[in-house]
Design a protein around this ligand. Structure first.
Ligand SMILES: [Zn+2]
Length: 149
């Protein structure tokens, strides 16, 4: 592993430990040339599925886009970033463990709604009203009833 500071190839692992979840190994490395230290992570490569949009086009799953969606729904709502990060992570994990090569965007939308429902009810209604583009008053009533449970 090349030193990110000086580019020397002479680096050594000085410590290596498995993270708490047991799915990654963290290694501390030291560069023999410049003596600086840095960290590398080793994780299993899992490929998230392609997202199939309603118009039939496919796109790569994007954690950034997911974050953006949450950010928009949670605009000016008192929800800590850590909770949003955890929600995004749960959705990503869920998609990975599905082991599917393609997943409909609708399904991702439902996962987002489930998370928002737990995070913030106002944001949930905000997202649901746009996402489901409430066909009629009955739909809206269903969502309101949903969050009361
Ligand atoms: Zn170096």
């Amino acid at each position: 592993m090349k030193c990110p500071f000086c580019g020397s190839l002479d680096t050594q692992v000085i410590d290596s430990r498995v993270n708490e979840a047991g799915d990654a190994i963290r290694r501390r490395r030291r560069c023999a040339a410049c003596d600086k230290r840095f960290t590398t992570w080793e994780t299993a490569e899992l490929r998230p599925p392609q997202i199939v949009k309603t118009n039939g086009t496919r796109e790569d799953f994007s954690e950034t886009k997911l974050h953006e969606g949450f950010r928009r729904a949670l605009h000016k709502r008192p929800v800590p970033t850590e909770l949003v990060d955890a929600a995004v992570d749960r959705i990503r994990q869920r998609l990975l463990t599905l082991g599917e090569r393609e997943v409909p965007a609708r399904e991702v939308g439902e996962l987002v709604m489930n998370e928002l429902k737990k995070l913030d009810k106002v944001a949930y209604i905000r997202f649901a009203s746009v996402y489901r583009s409430f066909q009629d008053v009955e739909d809206f009533r269903d969502v309101i009833r949903d969050i009361d449970q």
